[in-house]
Design a protein around this ligand. Structure first.
Ligand SMILES: *Cc1c(COP(=O)(O)O)cnc(C)c1O
Length: 402
């Protein structure tokens, strides 16, 4: 049967009907170990009892009321996020791209409120990914995604990855902000050096720019702290969150200091669904788990475990794996062979992973993943590397000239 879905995804011919923890059961009955988490979304795995309870209990009360009324669950969730971060204020939306749209608008409006509407340009980085709306595509600057969609939204200046001199050169009288992912996710789990992020903070302070962190993929415990900036000693002015924040329920958030958000008065932005009671109930349940004492320590511990063993596997298969990198449970295996081939081999071993840029295979297990699941995954990774290695084995060159 051909699908009536718009064919914008090259989908793998695999469908799932249920999940539990780090495991998914396909419609064929086969079980897969999920180290993709729906691209870093299922932070608490599948069917986490606390999320199931939160969702079903709220579903029996009220789902949606609109932002023309107060939403106490949202006021409480915003307060909790502010309590746990640098932020003073939160805007809720439904996706990562929307969280970035809000962040871009906050940054522009900040300067407009200061009497400088001409300062709307935002510096972004090569390899970035900020979403698929027209503005976030322009911010990401990926030619392949922009092609054929008309004029590229104005106001984004892209510079090479981690190139401070290029950032300095790009700053002009029209610059409003610098936007960066502390670890590029889609770009290939490229960790931005902390000293570079600190230098960006300094540049922003010198030039009166806002520093905007896109933590859509790195946030909500993924890198071993609630947000990646908390590992770094660098604090942004504005930050986007999504993916893990709803544990699978569509939820995004833009966090900001009161100063950065000073232009965002009544009527300047909105969302019909954003922050509705159903989403807020799930958001609270995710935070309850992630902020519980010891949970983030556990993420860091599991990260070390996984990384050490991955390094051993890399040593055994230098013809398959070139590098292991990342933070927390956002890990990348840069492949020697085409990364899609490795993803396929891993899936053949019933381990789900996600391809990324720079020929990387991402490992994004749910944060609740057990040590026995990690051990299980490592056996599968070893077997997949062995299979790929065999497939690429070539007769040894003799050096003889024909
Ligand atoms: C996934 C992602 C986005 C876009 O999120 P959507 O929910 O798909 O709109 C933006 N920024 C980063 C860093 C992401 O990983």
């Amino acid at each position: 049967m051909t699908s009536r879905l718009l064919p914008t995804y090259a989908r793998t011919d695999l469908a799932f009907e249920r999940g539990e923890g780090a495991w998914l059961t396909a419609t064929t009955g086969e079980r897969y170990l999920d180290f993709g988490s729906g691209v870093a979304v299922n932070a608490l795995g599948h069917a986490h009892p606390a999320l199931v309870i939160a969702l079903t209990e709220q579903a029996q009360k009220v789902w949606h009321v609109s932002n023309i009324y107060r939403i106490p669950e949202g006021e409480r969730l915003a307060a909790r996020l502010c309590e746990a971060t640098f932020a003073d204020t939160v805007f809720f939306c439904n996706s990562g791209a929307e969280a970035l749209e809000a962040a871009i608008k906050v940054a522009r409006k900040y300067h407009a409120a200061d009497g400088h509407p001409e300062r709307f340009r935002i510096i972004t980085f090569d390899g970035a990914f900020h979403g698929r709306t027209l503005a976030t595509l322009a911010a990401g600057g990926n030619k392949k995604y922009l092609d054929g969609f008309g004029p590229v939204a104005e106001g984004f200046d892209q510079v090479p990855f981690a190139d401070l001199a290029a950032v300095r050169k790009a700053i002009g009288p029209g610059t409003a902000a610098i936007l960066i992912e502390p670890v590029q996710g889609e770009g290939g789990v490229r960790v931005v050096p902390p000293h570079f992020l600190r230098a960006l903070r300094q540049l922003c302070d010198e030039h009166g720019l806002l520093l905007v962190f896109d933590e859509v993929q790195t946030g909500i415990g993924r890198t071993g702290n609630l947000f990646a900036y908390q590992n770094l000693g660098v604090t942004p002015d504005v930050m986007s969150s999504a993916k893990g924040i709803g544990g699978g329920f569509p939820l995004g958030a833009c966090l900001a200091t009161a100063e950065a958000a000073k232009g965002m008065t009544a009527g300047t932005h909105g969302s019909t669904f954003g922050g509705n009671p159903l989403a807020m109930a799930v958001g609270h349940a995710v935070l309850d788990v992630v902020l519980a004492p010891g949970f983030l320590d556990g993420v860091r511990h599991k990260s070390i475990l996984l990384r050490q063993r991955l390094a051993e596997i890399q040593d055994r298969y230098p013809g398959v794996l070139a590098e292991i990198r990342g933070e927390g449970l956002l890990l990348g295996m840069r492949a020697v062979v085409p990364n899609g081939e490795l993803v396929d081999a891993l899936r053949a071993e019933k381990l789900l992973t996600i391809a990324a840029g720079d020929n990387v295979v991402r490992l994004l297990p749910p944060l609740i993943v057990g040590e026995e699941d990690i051990a299980d995954a490592l056996v599968r990774i070893d077997r997949a590397c062995a299979a790929v290695s065999r497939a690429h084995a070539r007769p040894v060159e003799t050096g003889a000239v024909a």
